[in-house]
Design a protein around this ligand. Sequence first.
Ligand code: SF4
Length: 91
Amino acid sequence: ISVADKLGVNKFNVYEEKSHIVIDKQYPDAAEVDRVVRICPAALYTADANGVRFDYLGCLECGTCRVLSGGKVVTDWQYPVGSFGVSFRKS
Ligand code: SF4
């Protein structure tokens, strides 16, 4: 079973009104941006000449981007409110 298939069994209850992660979409250091893009296990970050994009809908809440970004690209990281966020399921 592929990683994408394994991640696909999880359930997400998305809080649509506010992302639990805030990023600096125009962070100027390409190496820092590339680090965040590469470390997310759910591949939620992408970057191109227009800046960084982030899709919080599939976040696994692992906190890796928060730790490795050091407040640079990821400027705020909170767990989702209430009963929102990921529910892990076993395939
Ligand atoms: Fe990706 Fe983990 Fe950061 Fe969520 S918390 S965006 S899964 S690195």
